[in-house]
Design a protein around this ligand. Sequence first.
Ligand SMILES: *[C@@H]1O[C@H](CO)[C@@H](O)[C@H](O)[C@H]1NC(C)=O
Ligand SMILES: *[C@@H]1O[C@H](CO)[C@@H](O)[C@H](O)[C@H]1NC(C)=O
Ligand SMILES: *[C@@H]1O[C@H](CO)[C@@H](O)[C@H](O)[C@H]1NC(C)=O
Ligand SMILES: *[C@@H]1O[C@H](CO)[C@@H](O)[C@H](O)[C@H]1NC(C)=O
Ligand SMILES: *[C@@H]1O[C@H](CO)[C@@H](O)[C@H](O)[C@H]1NC(C)=O
Ligand SMILES: *[C@@H]1O[C@H](CO)[C@@H](O)[C@H](O)[C@H]1NC(C)=O
Ligand SMILES: [Cu+2]
Length: 390
Amino acid sequence: MRSSTLICALASLAAHSVLAVPFSNSSGIPKPADFSKLEGKYRANIRAALGTEGCTAETVRVRKSWDNLNNAERTAYISAVKCLAAKPTTVDKSLAPGAVNRLDDFTYIHINQTNLIHLSGSFLSWHRIFIYRMEEALRDCGYNGALPYWDQARFSSTPLKSTVFSPAWFGGDGVYDPSTEGHGPYNIQIPGLVANITIPRPAGHGGGCIADGQFANFSVSLGPTEQLPSAEVASGDKYGYHANPRCLKRNIDLPSSVGKLTWANATLIISSPDIATFRNRMDNLWHQNAHGFLGKDGMDLFTSPNDPVFYLLHAQIDRLWALWQGQDLAARTFATDGYRTFEGIPLDTAPGVPPANATLEDVMDLGGGYRPTIRDGMAMTADGRCYVYE
Ligand SMILES: *[C@@H]1O[C@H](CO)[C@@H](O)[C@H](O)[C@H]1NC(C)=O
Ligand SMILES: *[C@@H]1O[C@H](CO)[C@@H](O)[C@H](O)[C@H]1NC(C)=O
Ligand SMILES: *[C@@H]1O[C@H](CO)[C@@H](O)[C@H](O)[C@H]1NC(C)=O
Ligand SMILES: *[C@@H]1O[C@H](CO)[C@@H](O)[C@H](O)[C@H]1NC(C)=O
Ligand SMILES: *[C@@H]1O[C@H](CO)[C@@H](O)[C@H](O)[C@H]1NC(C)=O
Ligand SMILES: *[C@@H]1O[C@H](CO)[C@@H](O)[C@H](O)[C@H]1NC(C)=O
Ligand SMILES: [Cu+2]
């Protein structure tokens, strides 16, 4: 199975003109000087802003690229994820009877909030808090480090060469599943919006259970939502809140990475002159492509946290935002843009929420009764957070 998946992957790579010169080494594409320069300015500014109490140079956590962790750190991270998978959920069973474990606590609230926290003014802030809470939960389960990020640009041409997807860690593609729901192509239809939004998805090379790595046959329960015209969706389970135990799946789509999740695009995103441009580029050039690359569970708008790679993917989104903010902390930390709902479309579950612009004082729902404002999720080294990207 693995070798035929590889052959398909290579065939697709060869067909892609961007790859005239394929990269075959394991260190990836070197970081360009202009990106390093932006990073240097961010680091200098954020470190200069650290105080002498609270978040200090001594206490600040350093988030690193997964590819730069050592194997002991990687093992500790994976163990903590599995520790959360072995702990019972704290979600009210009347809200999500299918929630099983502590990972589902996170997936549940992400499902519940999806149409408010994507393509909206709370996207960046909500996800910053969300992944920070995961970092804390992992540390409560024995992990001593900070959340690592998946540095897509370094392996954009050969994404499966990143150690993120190695058979030792998160594993690679799902096994080939020729069904419409698994392998694609198919259209995603987003439930809950008072408009029909259809997102076409290309065919990948997998679609079935992940076959190798630490999450091969990993069991997930929540989802999928009614966005797939799929037999996998139980009738009436619009948001996938009911128990649906199944293996975690991927449907790797190389063209979502090759020529897209590039250093050039990362640099372009961080070089955005204002938050509206930044948010637009972030979503169109990066966020959607990163999820699109994973396919299947990791691409489900609602239940994507089911794939543990989600947290590394979003640490990278958070990092690019941090780099953008860090070019001018005073002007950019609280810069905001976007509607209160998905593209400003009214929601059938929250008809009272007007499709107005979000404000810094808007209250978000992070689950477990935690309801911070958008402003609360914007600083990197305040409001209980204390981390910097290396
Ligand atoms: C890896 O390959 C890329 C692309 O050919 C090249 O730029 C880079 O220098 C190589 N890295 C090493 C360590 O050989
Ligand atoms: C989210 O959860 C609340 C209950 O806390 C519920 O009223 C609401 O309908 C849910 N929204 C969706 C989209 O499931
Ligand atoms: C969305 O599509 C469905 C099925 O095609 C249709 O029944 C419904 O009326 C459409 N809704 C809107 C708002 O266009
Ligand atoms: C996954 O589960 C299937 C079906 O139970 C089994 O055939 C396969 O060997 C398992 N794969 C791994 C890597 O555990
Ligand atoms: C940036 O991303 C877009 C779409 O994702 C792609 O079409 C474009 O070629 C990329 N540009 C570069 C310079 O990588
Ligand atoms: C929302 O914000 C944008 C950008 O600041 C502005 O152009 C637009 O008029 C605002 N829309 C509403 C409905 O306030
Ligand atoms: Cu999300």
